[in-house]
Design a protein around this ligand. Structure first.
Ligand code: HEC
Length: 175
């Protein structure tokens, strides 16, 4: 019984401390402030595991389909480059102000399986600038972008421009 009382006391003190901290205004919410390494690790690990677990079992269509990739570059260019930028382009003012920053998807596409990229694109990532595209787009409009992400690491600025020209009229954001 004594142990229960002590545990209850500690929980109460922690709760009061958290409430006091929230009301004190001490936490710097500015997007210019950076997380300390421990908080950063905790948030990144929580994010990655949350997505990996939820992405399990998603059926991946044939992403090597060239038509899908061409549709994907048009949609990527319209929906994603403002934050994630594109080969040969400088980051926008919006991208520079994001915290956490929008990652380089050329690198993430090499590191992460397509179902993980799909889940994050469809559902977005809470408390970051990453929107849930699934609210306004069907799966068949998201997969082309994921197909394009598979070849994004191979493209330089010139390739990107050429492919975009070739993709005229394709994708739901045609031209
Ligand atoms: C308004 C800005 C914004 C736009 C537009 C945007 N993103 Fe993001 N995206 C972000 C941010 C910020 C993150 C990082 C979130 C984090 O660190 O947890 C992110 C993360 C991601 C991730 C997760 C990568 C990882 O490390 O697991 C994927 C995948 C992604 N975006 C895909 C896309 C695609 C595809 C589009 C276009 C359809 C898009 N994003 C449009 C801001 C944006």
């Amino acid at each position: 019984m004594k142990k229960v009382k002590i545990a209850f006391g500690i929980a109460l003190a922690l709760g009061a401390g958290a409430l006091g901290f929230a009301y004190s205004g001490l936490f710097n919410i500015a997007a210019t402030a950076r997380h300390d390494p421990v908080t950063n690790w905790l948030l990144t690990t929580t994010r990655n595991r949350s997505i990996e677990v939820r992405a399990q079992g998603i059926e991946v269509p044939n992403l090597e389909d060239e038509k899908l990739q061409l549709a994907g570059i048009n949609d990527y260019d319209s929906m994603c480059t403002e934050c994630h930028t594109a080969p040969g382009r400088v980051p926008s003012s919006l991208a520079k102000g994001l915290n956490p920053p929008a990652p380089d998807l050329a690198e993430e596409s090499l590191d992460k399986p397509p179902e993980v990229l799909f889940w994050a694109t469809k559902n977005g990532i809470r408390m970051t600038g990453m929107p849930a595209w699934g609210i306004s787009h069907g799966d068949d409009e998201i997969w082309p972008v994921i197909a394009f992400l598979q070849i994004l690491p191979d493209l330089d600025g010139e390739d990107y421009k050429e492919m975009l020209e070739e993709a005229q009229g394709m994708g739901h954001h045609a031209d």
